[in-house]
Each structure stands twice: as C-alpha cells, then as structure tokens.
Design a protein around this ligand. Sequence first.
Ligand code: PLP
Length: 365
Amino acid sequence: MPAADSSTPPLRPATIAVTAGRPPHTPDEPLNVPVTMASTYVAGGDLEYGRYGNPTWTAFEDALGALEGGRALAFSSGMAAITTLLDLVGHGGSVVAPRHSYSGTIAALADFEARGRLRAQLVDITDTEAVVKAMEDDEDCALLWLESPTNPALELADVATLAEHAHRLGIQVVVDNTFATPLLQQPLALGADVVVHSATKFIAGHSDVLMGALVVGTDAAEVHAALKGRRDLAGSVPGTFEAWLSLRGLRTLHVRLERASANAAELAARLREHPAVDDVRYPGFGAITSLVVHGGADAADRLVRSTALWVHATSLGGVESTFERRRRWKLEAATIPEGLVRLSVGIEDVEDLWEDLRGALDRLV
Ligand code: PLP
C-alpha cells in the first residue's frame, strides 16, 4: 500500500481489506505477497528462522491488524491462539467466561483447570450485572473472556460496559470476534485488550484452511512480545500457504459478508414463520443464525439429513451454506437445546437456500 501522509483521509474498511499488507508499488514486482517457503533465512536480519517469522504471515497480520485497529499475530488455528492466551494467565488466576462459549474454548478452560493452572467461572454473558459481580467477587480474576455473539446460542455481550468494569478491577479483556469479524465489531475500540479469531471461518472464508490470530492494541508492545514469545516457543505457527489463503480470503470478506448477512437476515425472518420451528436466534447481523426445531434431537437429525444444498458439516463461515445439530458433540453445553441447528449461511441465491430448507422443514410437520 502506498505510504499515507497526514493529509490522507483514513481508509474505509472495504478498502483496507483489499489494500492492507500489500508490497509497495514497484515496477515488475507482483501485486500480491508471494508464498515464501522458508525454514531459515540468511543470518543477520530480523527473521533468522522459519518459526520466528515469515513475510507471508506478516502480510496477513498487517491486513488483519489494520482492520481490527491493532497488531495481529497469526497462529496455526483458532485454538492455538486461544490456548496461547490462556497460557499467559498466571498460576491460580481465574477466568470469567461465557457458559455458551465455543465448545473448544470451554474444553480448553476445563483442561487448564483440571491441571490446576487456573479456575474458570462460566457466566451468562447477556447479564451484564451478573458478569460484573462475578469479577468483583473473585479476587483472583485475571481475565474476562468474551465471545459475542456466542457460538451457537448467538447471545450478545455489552463489551464496552464490561471492559470498563474489568479495567476498574485490573482485569484484562479478551473478545473472540470470530462471528462478528472486524467489519461488524471492533473490540479494541470497545475497550478489549486482545481480540481472538478463528481465521478458519469468515476470514479465510472457503472451508479450506485452518488458521487463527490474536490482535492487540498498537501500543501494547509488551503483550504482543509475550504472545509472540509463546508462539515462538510452542511453534504454533501457521503454514505459509494457509497464511496466503487466509489473506486471499480476507480480500473479499466485506463482499462475502454483505451477501451472507443479507441471506441470513432473510432466512431468519422466514424461519420464524415456519410451523416446524420453535425458536430462531439471529442477533440482527452476521451470517450465522440458529433455529430450534420442534421435536428435539430426532427432528433436527432428520432435518440435517434431508437437504440437497445445505451440507451437514461442522465449522462455519464459508461461501457455501452448511448447518449442524450442535448437541451431536458431547462437548457442547447441556443448556444448548437438543434440537438446535446452527446455520452458517453462504452466498448462494437466497431463494434456492430457502426452497431447500423449507422443503426439509415441511417434511417434519
Ligand atoms: N472460536 C470460535 C467462536 C469458533 O467457532 C471456533 C471454531 O469453531 C474457534 C474459536 C476455534 O477455531 P479453530 O477451529 O480454527 O481452532
């Protein structure tokens, strides 16, 4: 991207998504950052070894950092990013987290807890007062973990208010921003200290990559160094091609998300009217919506087996529409209804998506 000077107005998110992290405009040089396959570098520079840095990761980190308004670090998966963060909590510290966090996050918290590393307090993240009280009542609380919207209950947290209270109590704030993406929510601007992404989902966007990222504020050099230090030691770094694919995905995030969100809003409205559907959860933005079918696990299992376009698959955020009965996983919270099916709405024609889904729902009635 050409260097900005003080007379240049700030770029808008769609432009940042397309332009950030590109090489300078040099005749005969490629427009895009190439895939740099290197386990080592000629000594004497900043990189030295393939576990410490890679120009393709850097390009991805620059682009995501610019969108989130911070500095990003790429990881091999969302879970690698999450466990790296949890590893920074001191021995015996406690973490307040949503009871309906992504099941992998809950499992990681339970694993850290079982090994005596930390304590986890799971809360209803929509109840701001209760979350504040949980932090106030726990003198060991070191971290407030937020996920908003939550996966798959799609609950929202009041990030700004909770961050203000957490900081009053000396507690750091993390937001898993996987569902909202930096285009719909910028947690650092709301007061968060660290943003988590499973780049596997909307950022990469094509169901072909596993990758994660953490983003910290531009002035948080110490936290950045601590997280990079953990990444260097654990080797939880992304493959170079994965970083390249994720950056390629990021370039179209705004266009994909616009279409997928419009499709999701339309489907949520139509699903609310269908007699086979007991409940629809849609936070009003984004491409994920969850429905609860009448008839519990049995009906939901029949639904996910009887569509042509909708694919029964875990994960989310791809261009293709997928759905999943979340309670098929033992790890999923018992408070998630058995008949809940999470839809990851893609960018196909909404009428085709609706006809396929409605047909399958009609057969349940
Ligand atoms: N955070 C959220 C909200 C997720 O949905 C997921 C995966 O489904 C993760 C984190 C973990 O990311 P990954 O699968 O890339 O390790």
